[in-house]
Design a protein around this ligand. Structure first.
Ligand code: THU
Length: 133
């Protein structure tokens, strides 16, 4: 994956954050996923008055890719309009493991703060499909 593809994903994640529905936390998140086909899927967090039903941007983007027929994701970019980056939450890490255990995981924000990491670093020893035999 070259630098321009990553810049494109970042731009889409930033733009996706504008669609966030986050009246309860006021915490806006955008995500962009690059799938194996080369297509990009965007997502934003969508909250609910029943707080436990809040959906993270990453999972919205991944589910959008999978329901469009994708099987694997290669990269996910998470954007928050903050001064410090936001890493994927634990639930999102587990979902990334399902569809992109080798995916590049990049977090960006409104400062130069940036994380580029892997699932091996974020969720070592993950439970996954292989554990079901
Ligand atoms: N959120 C995400 O969308 N992604 C994360 O990785 C962390 C948290 C959302 C969920 C909720 O709408 C808000 O941020 C505050 O937790």
């Amino acid at each position: 994956m070259n630098a321009s593809s990553i810049r494109r994903l970042e731009k889409i994640a930033r733009s996706a954050a504008k669609s966030s529905y986050s009246p309860y936390s006021q915490f806006t998140v955008g995500a962009a996923v690059l799938a194996d086909s080369g297509k990009i899927y965007a997502g934003a967090n969508v909250e609910n008055a029943s707080f436990g039903l809040c959906n993270c941007a990453e999972r919205i983007a991944i589910c959008s890719a999978i329901t469009a027929g994708e099987k694997k994701i290669q990269c996910i970019v998470v954007y928050t309009p903050t001064q410090a980056v936001t890493p994927p939450c634990g639930s999102c890490r587990q979902v990334i493991n399902e569809f992109g255990p080798q995916a590049r995981i990049i977090s960006v924000c409104d400062s130069d703060d940036r994380i580029e990491t892997t699932l091996d670093a974020l969720l070592p020893g993950a439970f996954g499909p292989a554990n079901l035999g």
